[in-house]
Design a protein around this ligand. Structure first.
Ligand code: APR
Length: 239
């Protein structure tokens, strides 16, 4: 096996203390997804949407990467083949743990996007409705750089290429409820990859995986990374 694609979801950050999306009663931190995570919601009530993401961004400062993030960063550093970590998470815990070959398909809490000039930029602290674009200076046109429902996830072409070329696809901590990410397993499988999921419970698409390991990411991911790196290091070097 040379090429690995990893997909992570909210479950990988749960043990760091960040809430998953599909919590009790289908609410995300007490809100209906349609009230805070759609372009319509932002047009209707920008104050509420900004307050919601400002709170999520502030929460980030209080949490740390866990053992699953650390193990995936170790894999990134030591894996000799191709590797791409695709995360649906908008937190920055993978990069804080040290992952480099990483992309955020649903955007990032620590970035803003100016609707006036189109620039994207790092953002720390609250954004609010009156934020000023650091690039063009326009006020009140900055939104969180988050892919909301009804918007196109980032880097789909690059992800699709990686899925088609991968030998192993691993999905961690995602319910499999949201497309296109929920369909990645099918693409990888169709193109000949082995498929594995690690999740607290069988995901909606569990039947599509060759293997499911059920339990906490903070325990099962480090175990799996040890296995994969041991097998890579014990293989004879071919000339
Ligand atoms: N270890 C492993 N899995 C866990 C853990 C844990 N410690 N804790 C929770 N889980 C699992 C849950 O059982 C659930 O199946 O993680 C999954 C989280 O699922 P969701 O809350 O649906 O999150 P996710 O799949 O990332 O959501 C996808 O939906 O709302 C949108 O854009 C948002 O990126 C998000 C997307």
């Amino acid at each position: 096996m040379k090429n690995i694609v990893l997909l992570t979801g909210a479950g990988v950050s749960a043990e760091s203390g960040l809430a998953t999306f599909r919590g009790p009663y289908g609410l995300w931190e007490g809100h209906r997804v349609e009230d805070v995570a759609t372009p319509e919601a932002f047009r209707r009530d920008p104050g509420l949407v900004h307050a919601f993401y400002d709170a999520r961004r502030a929460r980030l400062e209080t949490v740390k990467p866990n053992a699953a993030h650390a193990a995936l960063a170790r894999l990134d550093a030591e894996w000799p083949g191709e590797l791409l970590l695709v995360t649906q998470n908008v937190d920055d815990l993978h990069e804080r743990a040290g992952s480099r070959r990483l992309l955020h398909m649903h955007g990032e809490l620590t970035k803003g996007w100016c609707l006036a000039c189109g620039e994207r930029f790092r953002w720390r602290g609250p954004m609010g409705e009156d934020a000023c674009c650091p690039s063009c200076g326009e006020q009140g046109q900055v939104r969180p750089d988050i892919v909301w429902f009804g918007e196109m996830p980032y880097e789909m072409e690059r992800i699709d290429d990686a899925l088609q070329a991968c030998d192993l696809f691993l999905s961690i901590g995602t319910s499999g409820a949201v497309y296109p990410a929920a369909g990645f397993v099918q693409t990888a499988r169709h193109c000949g990859a082995r498929t594995l999921e690690i999740n607290l419970e069988p995901s909606l698409g569990s039947f599509m995986f060759d293997e499911s390991r059920i339990g906490k990411a903070g325990e099962l991911v480090p175990e799996w990374v040890d296995e994969v790196l041991q097998s890579a290091h014990s293989r004879p070097i071919s000339r």
